[in-house]
Each structure stands twice: as structure tokens, then as C-alpha cells.
Design a protein around this ligand. Structure first.
Ligand code: GLU
Length: 413
């Protein structure tokens, strides 16, 4: 769980760096609004079940609240608040005019049927509808929520409001106003940032190896894109275990096996063997890509990390304690608030298209995404170099400056 105190830890560090006042920090670190509801749905067996649900609207100084909704058993107010705050930082780092929010339902979606899942999605929207909307708060997919679920949520919202409002939610299927290139945006944005960093350091991706934790949407796409750069993907893990091949995995074949059989482990062969789920973090690959859940690299295992670069595609995969240890060992961390901001960037492009009625081509979206990520990387990397701080410290410092500025301009500070 990305606990809220991790966020305040990062915030304090950047405030010290910038000499930002405690008052500004205190105002900024308090969520604008925390919404809670118990969602009761009918089950297929005739019974009912109730799930706690949250929507935390963290800060809207720079634009409407924005952030995904996750369906996960561990979702709670603390986690959702931390993720909402990170959304505000993320949107600011990539310079898009949106604020930060996050939603969550404490549920194991794998235990629900499709009908139950859809009922839960509709119940979520009914509970929070008056606080959602294209100019208010715009949800999107997150852990275990999909374009299909976004479609159902939009349908419920529009039936409550009695009109078409496609900009109320992003990450929708293409057929109802989703954007081209949204599904691959998180991974593509992350790999764009990685490429920029490697170029800065004179490193050639085709001479490097990578280990990817997570074979869901972002992890699978990242592994695919890395292979496309000529990087040898030597470890790929899902929740059941890690598949390892020192010679490099055939990413497409492994992902196809996972699709059919449920796990990357079933692609084991003469050249690829199975290891534990945690083994991926200790792989001797040059680049480690955590693309699963939070708190994977902690004080207990940080010293075992052998990669020299970590690309945080998941939100909050490294605890602050581990972050400090990695810094001591001069391991470069490309922080989540920069690395995975490609998802919300294309969500922003989707929202623009919904509001203007335009349809942008796949290549137009990808070109704009690449430009946005390269610019964000440049700003963060330059700040980090000038101040001698980590990329995470630089990203938080830049975001804090911009958000505090917006709050001052609005007279909130
Ligand atoms: N859930 C994604 C994130 O954590 C995307 C959010 C969005 O598109 O609003 O960045």
C-alpha cells in the first residue's frame, strides 16, 4: 500500500529543498475532499454484498480533479489518498492542466462475475455522481479496472445526468469516445523517458538487459517495447513467479502463453526457467521495471537490487526507506510521478477530444505523448542535475512549486 505518509515524506523533502513554508505544505497536504460510501450489490446467487468505496479529491488548483479508480482488496482511504496526491504531482510534472484524485473499491474483482462487476461499477458512479463530471472530477482505469468498466460507468453517469458527457471519464473503449493509443500510453510514456535518460548518459539500449515485474497491461507493453529497442528482457514476472532466461526471453511468445494459460511460468523451456515471484527484483539485469503493485522494494530487499536503473511504472513500488538505500548505492530511480505519467497524459488528450469533438490519429497522439514525456524528463533531469538531487526529489520539487504557485494565484495561500 502506498501509504499517505510516503507522500508527505517526499513532499517535506522537496519543500526543504525549495524553502517552501510549512503553511503551504500544510494546506497542500490536506485532501480537498474525501468521499466514502458502502456499495451494496445483488449477487448472482440471490444474495447481496457490500464493499467500501472511496474517492479522494486531492487538489484542483491547476484544473479538474483527475485520477483512476482501482478495484483491489487492499484499497483503503490511506492508499487512495496517497495515490490521489501522487496524481496531482504527476499531472503537474507533465504540465497538463489537471488536478489530482483517486478512487478505490475494497473488492477482489476476480471473485465477481461480469454482471456483479458491472453492478459494482454502476453503484460507484451512483454514490459519487454529484462530485464527478468533465469539469469537476474525471476518473479513469487503474489496477483491475478496464475500458469496459469505464464504458459502464459512463453509461450510468449519462443516464443520471440525462445527456451525453463523454469527457466525464477517460480510458474508454474507442467506440464510445476513447482515444487512440490510450491503452499503451503508460508503458510508451515510461519507455520514452527511459530512452531519454539512456541517451543523456550515452548508454545504448540494445546493449542492455531488463527485468520486468508485472505482466498486466503496462508491464506486458513495457516488455514488448523494451524488446523493440533491442534490450534483452532476461526476467519477466507475474504474481505467480518469474520466468528467467539469461539469453533473453522471447517476449511475444511468453506473453502469448500467459494470455492462454494465465501465467508467464507456463512458457518455461530449455532456455527459460522458473523462479520465485520476488526473484525478478534481484535479477542481474541493468534495468529493473516494477510494473505491478506498491511496496515491492523495501528496506528488507533494497540491498539485493542489482540493476543500475529502476523505471517505476507502478505507483509507489519503492518505499522511502528503500529509496534512501538505493540512493546510497547510486542506483538511478525514474520515479512513478514521471515514469508512468503517460497514462494520464493520453487521458488528457482523450478529454480534449471529447470536449472538442475531434478524433486524433494514433500517430498524432503518440507524437504528442512523446513530446510531452521528453519535455517533462528534460525539466526534471535538469533540475536534479543543477541541485544535485534525485529525479524523485526534483519531480516533487517542480510539482510543488507549480501547485503552490497556482494556489497563490487563486488566493488560497
Ligand atoms: N490510473 C492511471 C495513473 O495512475 C491513469 C490515471 C488517469 O488516466 O486519469 O496514472
Amino acid at each position: 500500500m502506498a501509504a499517505f505518509h510516503y507522500f508527505t515524506h517526499n513532499l517535506r523533502k522537496s519543500a526543504e529543498l525549495l524553502g517552501v513554508s510549512d503553511t503551504a505544505i500544510d494546506v497542500f497536504k490536506t485532501p480537498d475532499r474525501t468521499l466514502r460510501a458502502d456499495l451494496t450489490i445483488a449477487l448472482d446467487d440471490g444474495g447481496t454484498a457490500t464493499f467500501p468505496a472511496y474517492r479522494v479529491q486531492f487538489n484542483n488548483a491547476r484544473g479538474p480533479y483527475k485520477g483512476g479508480i482501482r478495484f483491489h482488496p487492499a484499497a483503503d482511504e490511506d492508499e487512495v489518498s496517497a495515490l490521489a496526491a501522487m496524481m496531482a504531482v504527476k499531472c503537474t510534472v507533465v504540465g497538463i492542466p489537471l488536478g489530482g484524485a483517486k478512487g478505490g473499491v475494497a473488492v477482489d474483482p476476480k471473485k465477481l462475475s461480469r454482471a456483479e462487476l458491472f453492478a459494482l461499477s454502476r453503484a460507484y458512479v451512483r454514490a459519487f455522481a454529484e462530485h464527478l463530471g468533465p469539469d469537476i472530477d474525471i476518473p479513469a482505469p487503474d489496477v483491475y479496472t478496464t475500458p469496459e468498466i469505464m464504458a459502464v460507468m459512463l453509461d450510468e453517469y449519462e443516464s443520471i445526468m440525462g445527456k451525453s458527457l463523454p469527457g466525464m471519464i477517460t480510458g474508454k473503449p474507442l467506440s464510445i469516445g476513447g482515444s487512440e493509443a490510450r491503452d499503451t500510453a503508460t508503458a510508451r510514456g515510461a519507455i520514452t523517458v527511459l530512452e531519454a535518460l539512456l541517451k543523456d548518459r550515452g548508454l545504448n539500449p540494445s546493449q542492455m538487459s531488463a527485468a520486468v515485474q508485472g505482466a498486466g497491461n503496462a508491464g506486458a507493453e513495457a516488455a514488448h517495447l523494451l524488446q523493440g529497442l533491442g534490450t534483452s528482457v532476461i526476467a519477466l514476472a507475474d504474481s505467480r513467479g518469474t520466468l528467467v532466461s539469461e539469453k533473453g526471453l522471447d517476449v511475444e511468445a511468453v506473453l502469448a502463453t500467459k494470455e492462454l494459460s494465465g501465467s508467464v511460468l507456463n512458457a518455461a523451456s530449455a532456455t527459460a526457467h522458473q523462479e520465485s515471484a520476488a526473484a525478478v527484483l534481484e535479477s542481474n539485469a541493468d534495468i529493473l521495471v516494477p510494473a505491478a503493485l506498491e511496496e515491492q522494494i523495501t528496506g528488507a530487499n533494497a540491498e539485493k537490487v542489482r540493476a543500475s536503473i529502476i523505471l517505476e511504472i507502478a505507483n509507489g513500488p519503492i518505499t522511502p526507506e528503500a529509496d534512501d538505500l538505493l540512493k546510497t548505492h547510486a542506483i538511478t530511480v525514474i520515479p512513478d510521478v514521471l515514469a508512468n505519467a503517460g497514462g494520464v497524459t493520453v487521458s488528457y488528450f482523450e478529454w480534449i477530444q471529447n470536449r472538442t469533438g475531434e478524433r486524433w490519429s494514433h500517430s498524432a497522439v503518440e507524437t504528442k505523448l512523446t513530446e510531452t514525456m521528453q519535455k517533462a524528463y528534460r525539466e526534471v533531469a535538469d533540475f536534479a542535475r543543477e541541485r544535485g538531487v534525485t529525479l524523485r526529489e526534483a519531480a516533487y520539487a517542480l510539482a510543488l512549486t507549480r501547485i503552490v504557485d497556482a494556489m497563490k494565484v487563486r488566493g488560497r495561500l
